[in-house]
Design a protein around this ligand. Structure first.
Ligand code: BJW
Ligand code: ZN
Length: 246
């Protein structure tokens, strides 16, 4: 694979890199994206499932939808894209700032990960905030009740209209601002405030490399836009890296 010379020079001198990832990086693991051709929002409306009011209206339906997705995620494996990102840690300082809730970066071996939209493995009580992990409710097909106070237990993910975990966002933003290269991988970059991460990186002088199967809202900010799948492109970039660092 042939990459732009300017990018290879940046790669050679880079000390810190950030990967800002979205659902597209997990597509090749068999996990549906939200938007686009095979996106789940084509079949279901986000406002019917991914917000607090929907959960209060019909907790069992929303819970069942997340149990179904947990099932898919548990059976899925990280793909070549996730593994390539983990492999970059051999060569330089790597931070992953992900919008994904699926744990696949961790399972692939990445060590510094900021999760902006929560994690499907965790749940919490909406009344007393007690945390519960996913296996505790593995067989629950209805929204469970908190053992301490009887409140409803929900997945620990960020729904529309909810605040992002502030520490994860702040640390992710800091890493982006300090990065020499910020890779924007498999995200439509339409959901805010997450999409401010690569914009902050750009404003701080980082070199923005987008990897996506199609142009997005981020393409106009990108210094280099590579069209292709994450599972194909990222291993090729790691190969270049290993050659450059030899
Ligand atoms: C491939 C590929 C392959 C495929 N290789 N690529 C400013 C402007 C406008 C609106 C807002 C704004 N600020 C806030 C808002 C409102 C809202 C928002 O952004 N709305 C817009 C959508 C219009 N934001 C919020 O509500 C956020 N909260 C908030 O702002 O709070 C503020 C506040 C709160 C309280 C008081 C006061 C203020 C919260 C957003 C939460 C998003 N949650 C979700 C669900 C998480 C849980 C779950 O999974 O169920 O997060 S929505 C969904 O979208 C999920 C994702 O993380 C997120 C982003 O999607 P992503 O990852 O980009 O996926 P896709 O599907 O969109 O794109 C996939 C891409 O991959 C595509 O480009 C493909 O081409 C590509 N691809 N295969 C490479 N093999
Ligand atoms: Zn409780």
């Amino acid at each position: 694979m042939q990459f732009k010379k300017e990018f290879l020079e940046k790669l050679q001198s880079a000390k810190k890199i950030v990967f800002f990832t979205g659902a597209g990086i997990s597509a090749e693991s068999g996990i549906s994206t939200f938007r686009g051709k095979d996106g789940i929002w084509n079949k279901m409306k986000p406002e019917e499932l991914a917000n607090f009011d929907a959960f209060m209206r019909n907790p069992d339906l929303v819970w069942e939808w997340y149990q179904h997705r947990r099932d898919i995620i548990h059976k899925a494996r990280p793909n070549a894209g996730h593994y390539a990102i983990a492999e970059f840690e051999k060569y330089l300082d790597v931070t992953v700032v992900t919008q994904n809730i699926d744990n696949l970066h961790r399972r692939a071996g990445s060590t510094k990960i900021f999760e902006l939209h929560g994690n499907i493995e965790r749940n919490y009580c909406i009344d007393c905030r007690t945390s519960y992990n996913a296996p505790q409710f593995e067989l629950a097909n209805k929204a469970p009740k908190c053992e301490k106070c009887g409140g409803l237990v929900r997945p620990d993910v960020v729904w529309f209209g909810e605040m992002l975990p502030q520490d994860e966002f702040r640390e992710g933003e800091k890493a982006a601002e300090w990065s020499d290269i910020c890779f924007v991988v498999g995200t439509s970059a339409v959901v805010y405030p997450a999409a401010y991460i690569p914009i902050s990186a750009k404003q701080a002088g980082s070199y923005i490399v987008e990897i996506n199967v199609e142009p997005t809202d981020m393409t106009r900010y990108a210094d280099y836009s590579i069209l292709g799948t994450a599972g194909e492109i990222l291993p090729n970039i790691v190969d270049e890296m290993s050659r450059l660092k030899m």
